[in-house]
Every structure is written in C-alpha cells, then in structure tokens.
Design a protein around this ligand. Structure first.
Ligand SMILES: NC(=O)c1ccc[n+]([C@@H]2O[C@H](COP(=O)([O-])OP(=O)(O)OC[C@H]3O[C@@H](n4cnc5c(N)ncnc54)[C@H](OP(=O)(O)O)[C@@H]3O)[C@@H](O)[C@H]2O)c1
Length: 338
C-alpha cells in the first residue's frame, strides 16, 4: 500500500485562501518538502513560500511541471481547473478538486469521507469535494439518518468572506479600516449582510443554493431529499454557520438526537455542558470539526429538529476534506505510484 509520505503532492492555487491552508496541513503532518510542488497563476511564479522553516518556490502550472505530480489538490476557479485537471489525469495522476467544475458529473465521486468514501472506488481520476456550505449540513443529516430518515431541511447560511477567496478577505479588512471600495461584492460587506451568494438563477434561487440542493442528494444518495436554502454572506473572515430546520419521518427524543450527533466522527456538540454554550465562527476557525448546538425540537411538530452549526470553511469545508479524501484513497489502496 502506498504511504502518504511517498506521494508527490501538487497544490494548485497554493497562494489562495484554500491552498494556503492545504499547505499548512501538509506542514502539520511533516510531508517531505521534496514531495510537494506548488502552483499558482503567472503572477506568483517564482515566489517563495515558507514551509517548515524552509522555502518552496511557486512553479508555473504547465504540462511539464504538472506531469511530475501523483496527486493534485486543486483550489482554483472552475475555468482554470477545467484546463489543468485533465493534464494531471492524462499523465496518470489523480485530482482532488475543491471547485464546482466536476462535482455533478456522473463519473466524478463527490465525497465527504465520513459519509460516502466507498464512492471513491469508482473514480476515473478526478474526485470533487462539495461546496463549503454543503459539507457540514450533509454531515449533520447523515448523523440523523442513522436513527431516522431526514426528508427535508430548510437552511439559512451565514457565510464568511473567505468563502469567496483571498480578495474578499482583503475587501472586508479594507472596508473595516475605512476604505469603502468594492471590487469583489456588489455591496459593502463591512457592517452588512446580504442574502446573495453567487449568481441568481431563473427560479429565484442562487447558484450557491442550487449547489446545496444538488450536491446533498448526490453525496447522500437520496434524490428525494428536499433542501430549501437561503445563502447569506456575513462580515466574518473565516467560518460558515448555518441554521437548520430538519424534518424527519418519525419522532425523536432530544437524547437520541444528541447521541447520534455526538457519536458522529467529525461532529462536536457545543452546549451548556461544554466550554461554549453554542458554536460560533470565532471558535470554529482553525478547527477540524463541525460544531453543532442550539439543538431543539419545533414547538408544534415532534418531527422537526432545529439546530445551529459552525465550521471552518477553509478546513473541513475545503482543504481538510481534500486531504481526508486522499487518506481514504490510500486506505482503500486506490493510489498507485511508480
Ligand atoms: N474559499 C473557500 O472557503 C472554498 C471552500 C470550498 C471550495 N472552494 C473552491 O476552491 C477554489 C479556490 O478558492 P479560494 O477561495 O482559495 O480562491 P482564491 O483565494 O481566490 O485563490 C485562487 C488561487 O488560484 C490561483 N490561480 C489563479 N489563476 C490561476 C492559473 N491560471 N493557474 C494556476 N493557479 C491560478 C491563484 O494564484 P495567484 O495568487 O497567483 O492569483 C490563487 O492561488 C474555488 O474553486 C472555490 O470555489 C473554496
């Protein structure tokens, strides 16, 4: 079986919000420096990036450089990913893509390892990770599906600006220090919220909301699951939060709900018995888990559960999920290197 430390990993988009976190994760597990290649746009080619008290140079994302990697962790726009992923796959490598370019293609597994790592067995070279709002929600649904059938979820999101990328983080920072320029968003984000993430579609929902609807069905293998999202951008740097109202096929006690959520790998409940009474982005930032709290039943419907969650969108929402997919693939003996 291949060892993780033997794999030549390429981070494509290494200077971006997600790519920087992916490199920090490799640093944490002490992945050998000579088994890491970093790529970004032409603007960054040649720049040096700190790695374990050493430096790695950013390479141009061309065929010659990309063909040397065994696994590409891609965190760039869909358009760039559509161009670069095939180069890696055609040269025998594997792509784990953070963007939306391939997520809904039938031959591409869309994976949260805690839920559907078996889907990895059918990969054809490209694996996608879900949108950063989909991942924590489907983990909560999957935990509850162990004790009932979740039929429907009404969800409102509270999404951090880092979900849009590093430029949006700068925009919030600049606006908070008095510069009112708007390059990324249509409206000022400092001291504001807007119910608008990605483009609006004909049915009045946004593309981001459609991602939550469609990706959830695919990951959970449940085409009948109803997801009704409202995606909202908030002036938070890192950490997406969500308010979920979940309809189930039977009555559940609060004890059963708590136990199925707290026994689920990757979920941690925060309530009055822990160090915080409820999850918040300031607390979930930098942490691996999806934090769940405010768990309660609807006043007039025993088959409805309400909860609040927070999760680091750059970690479990992106880079960490990608690395966990790679670890699952190794465990399932799906990575062969020469
Ligand atoms: N942010 C999140 O929370 C999150 C979560 C899940 C999924 N995603 C997805 O992950 C992807 C990246 O998001 P992000 O937030 O990290 O974006 P970002 O901060 O804007 O970073 C974009 C990265 O792409 C690089 N890039 C641009 N053009 C390139 C090219 N032609 N060749 C190679 N690299 C190029 C940039 O390099 P330069 O620095 O040189 O411009 C930068 O490293 C997106 O598809 C996004 O949808 C993001």
């Amino acid at each position: 079986m291949t060892k993780l430390s033997d794999i030549n990993i390429g981070i494509i988009g290494a200077t971006g919000a997600v790519g920087v976190e992916a490199l920090k994760l490799l640093e944490k597990i002490n992945h050998p420096k000579n088994k890491i290649s970093l790529f970004a746009s032409e603007r960054s080619t040649g720049k040096l990036v700190e790695y374990n008290k050493d430096k790695i140079q950013i390479l141009e994302a061309n065929e010659d450089n990309l063909k040397k990697i065994d696994v590409g962790l891609i965190s760039v726009s869909s358009e760039v990913s559509e161009n670069l992923a095939p180069i890696i796959v055609n040269n025998g490598g594997i792509v784990i893509d953070d963007g939306s370019a391939f997520r809904m293609k039938e031959e591409v597994p869309l994976v949260v390892p805690e839920i559907n790592e078996k889907d990895l067995d059918f990969h054809k070279g490209i694996i996608s990770i879900p949108n950063c709002t989909t991942t924590p929600m489907v983990m909560a649904i999957d935990a509850l599906n162990k004790i009932c059938k979740v039929n429907k979820v009404i969800v409102s999101t509270y999404q951090a600006v880092s979900g849009t990328g590093k430029e949006a983080v700068n925009e919030l920072k600049n606006q908070l220090s008095g510069d009112s320029k708007m390059n990324v968003y249509d409206y000022k984000i400092a001291n504001n919220v807007f119910p608008h993430v990605d483009d609006f579609l004909e049915d009045g929902f946004t593309k981001e909301e459609h991602k939550m609807i469609n990706e959830s069905k695919k990951i959970l293998h449940d085409p009948s699951l109803e997801i009704i999202p409202t995606c909202v951008r908030v002036p938070v740097k890192i950490g997406h939060s969500e308010s979920l109202c979940i309809s189930t096929d039977r009555d559940l006690s609060i004890e059963d709900i708590n136990s199925s959520l707290s026994n689920y790998s990757g979920i941690k409940i925060l309530d009055n018995s822990t160090d915080l009474p409820y999850p918040m982005p300031l607390y979930s930032e930098g942490k691996d888990e999806v934090f769940v709290g405010r768990i309660r039943k609807s006043p007039n419907n025993d088959r409805e559960i309400n909860l609040w969650l927070s999760c680091d969108n750059l970690l479990k929402g992106a880079a960490l999920n990608a690395l966990q997919i790679l670890e699952s693939m190794i465990k399932r003996d799906l990575i062969k290197i020469n």
